[in-house]
Design a protein around this ligand. Structure first.
Ligand code: BGC
Length: 575
């Protein structure tokens, strides 16, 4: 991707600067926001059943307001058999009893409004639970009926229809087709499920599906939410005829993103859905947003955030770039360039509920775990100190970037993955569907430690947490870190306060070439220089006053290995 190279006379920095992105005051809180992902079942268990709940989120919300986040995104808390931790929804307009009630949600909203924290909820429109009333009706209805047409049922192939209609594979392992049996036990049609067999895909060629989801959007907008994270937003529409797929059977391509020709992803008609949704959101005001969880490559990501579509899309290429300075530079340059082309901000993210936490991913010098596969007791273990130090550096590098940043609960504590979860406690369907060959994502979903001295480290005072908290979480508990000035938590507080104070989210980006090498990367955002050193040796810092550094107390004008610093270039700025 080509960019203009310009040299600024920004004293005292003499490096040539390559301008990628200019500062923008375009309206929209979401353009520069910090959005904190809450994974409800692991956040805080107030009713003592071992699973986090909405009342727990409400109780601890002041801590998130104190961290100065703009919004929380709540992963699914809707009625669900919990076969895929709530991403298998059986009623989109109700709260699952394990999380509470609609009244608890309204109380949470009221508290969020009081604290000036916006709430975004997760929308799962590609599939529902097999316990959803519409799927149960489809099972009870004959082939070719309107009820069946809400989903993607087809006759089988081969003798007696014994073979699935095509070769598509589930993301969680195994075939993406399951055959149903009729009331008399006779074999019937096959339905499509890109994920678990308990998650049938909706048929988005059917207008009745559109109508149902428009109702769901309005239901939550009426309750005051600021928008939606749209789960697997690239998958809703499938290619006509559901043709077989000769690439990776789950639609993935060798670089980890859906093959561009894959019949289950990125079909043009999917964009019409989001245009219609954007019009609905606009009825509620310009501050309601849609964010796409679309696992597509960068040029295509821009299609999801054209001016009449979604507002944001997750930047998975950034997450997958890890600490490879060449990839990072390429992804940041490309993200800002292609998204500038459609007037959309970039988002940045390092961790979520589907990947190994970055404090663990960065704790390896060689190859770490494959995303989505987790780390088990028999695997090489990450070096937790190294991982946490590099995680702080990577977060500080990310939070200086212009655009919106997503944080995953617990990353402000520097939490690593739980790596000693016994097989019988694992709940991610990936584990069962692959016979334990792939561990799945439970490690990054371990409950949060709130108070070191309390039962279950303050996650909940009752039953054992649904996944065990490692003993090492004790010293990482929020109250312990709050009291330690140079803790990970206090670094996050300082970063988020400075980011807001310096307006970095709305700022600019120019690479500072003299500090970009095979092992370091530096950019200027406004009057702030952000520099990360991934070399094994320390690096001399350029002139400028150090505002903040990720490795703790200042150790002279050198940047340690695995450290990031923010420097003020204009002689002013905060201490
Ligand atoms: C969610 C996963 C979930 C899957 C199926 C993903 O994109 O982030 O946690 O398992 O969608 O709904």
């Amino acid at each position: 991707m080509s960019v203009d190279t310009v040299t600024y006379a920004t004293p005292p920095l003499t490096s040539p600067l390559t301008l990628i992105h200019e500062a923008s005051q375009a309206p929209g809180w979401w353009r520069s926001a910090v959005i904190y992902q809450v994974y409800p079942r692991s956040f805080r268990d107030l009713n003592g059943d071992g699973i986090g709940d909405l009342a727990g989120i409400t109780a601890e919300l002041p801590h998130l307001a104190d961290l100065d986040v703009d919004a929380v995104w709540l992963s699914p808390f809707f009625k669900s058999p919990q076969r895929d931790a709530g991403y298998d929804v059986s009623d989109y307009c109700d709260v699952d009893p394990i999380f509470g009630t609609l009244l608890d949600f309204d109380i949470l909203m009221a508290e969020a409004n009081r604290l000036n924290v916006r709430v975004i909820v997760d929308l799962v429109p590609n599939h529902c639970s097999d316990q959803h009333v519409a799927f149960q009706a489809a099972l009870a209805a004959p082939a070719e009926s309107p009820e069946r047409d809400m989903f993607i049922f087809r006759d089988g192939t081969g003798q007696d229809g014994n073979e699935p209609p095509n070769n598509w594979q589930s993301h969680f392992g195994g075939p993406a087709r399951t055959r149903i049996t009729g009331p008399g036990g006779q074999p019937g049609q096959w339905y499509l499920h890109l994920f678990d067999s308990s998650q049938p895909d909706f048929n988005w060629d059917n207008p009745a599906v559109h109508a149902e989801f428009e109702r769901v959007l309005r239901f939550w907008l009426d309750r005051g939410v600021s928008g939606f994270q749209v789960d697997v937003a690239h998958a809703l529409v499938k290619a006509p005829g559901l043709p077989g797929w000769g690439g990776r059977a789950d639609g993935g391509s060798s670089d980890g993103f859906p093959g561009h020709e894959a019949p289950m992803f990125g079909q043009p008609a999917v964009h019409d859905i989001y245009r219609a949704w954007r019009r609905i959101l606009a009825e509620y005001g310009a501050d309601r947003i849609l964010c796409a969880e679309a696992g597509v490559d960068l040029p295509r990501l821009a299609h999801w955030v054209r001016p009449d579509e979604m507002h944001q899309a997750f930047n998975f290429p950034f997450l997958h770039a890890g600490l490879d300075v060449y990839r990072l530079r390429g992804v940041i340059t490309d993200s800002l360039t292609v998204l500038n082309g459609v007037g959309a901000p970039s988002t940045w993210v390092l961790s979520n509920h589907d990947v190994v936490r970055h404090a663990s991913r960065f704790g390896y010098n060689g190859h770490g775990p494959r995303d989505g596969d987790g780390i088990g007791p028999a695997d090489p273990q990450p070096d937790t100190d190294l991982g946490r130090r590099r995680a702080a550096a990577a977060s500080m590098f990310m939070l200086g970037l212009p655009g919106a940043a997503y944080l995953y609960q617990g990353e402000e504590l520097g939490l690593p993955d739980g790596t000693d979860i016994p097989g019988h406690l694992r709940q991610d369907p990936t584990f069962a569907r692959t016979g334990g060959e792939r561990l799945g994502r439970d490690g990054c979903r371990v409950p949060l430690p709130w108070r070191a001295a309390e039962r279950h480290l303050g996650f909940g005072a009752g039953a054992d947490p649904w996944l065990p908290l490692p003993a090492s979480f004790g010293e990482l508990a929020r109250d312990a870190q709050a009291a330690a000035p140079s803790s990970h938590l206090n670094l996050y507080r300082s970063m988020l306060a400075l980011r807001r104070g310096l307006d970095l989210g709305s700022g600019s980006l120019a690479w500072a070439e003299d500090w970009c090498s095979g092992s370091s990367l530096a950019y200027v955002n406004g009057t702030t220089l952000v520099i990360m050193n991934l070399n094994h040796e320390p690096l001399d810092l350029p002139a400028g006053r150090v505002l903040l550094r990720s490795a703790g107390p200042e150790t002279g004008h050198r940047l340690a290995s695995g450290e990031t610093a923010w420097l003020c270039l204009d002689g002013g700025g905060a201490e």
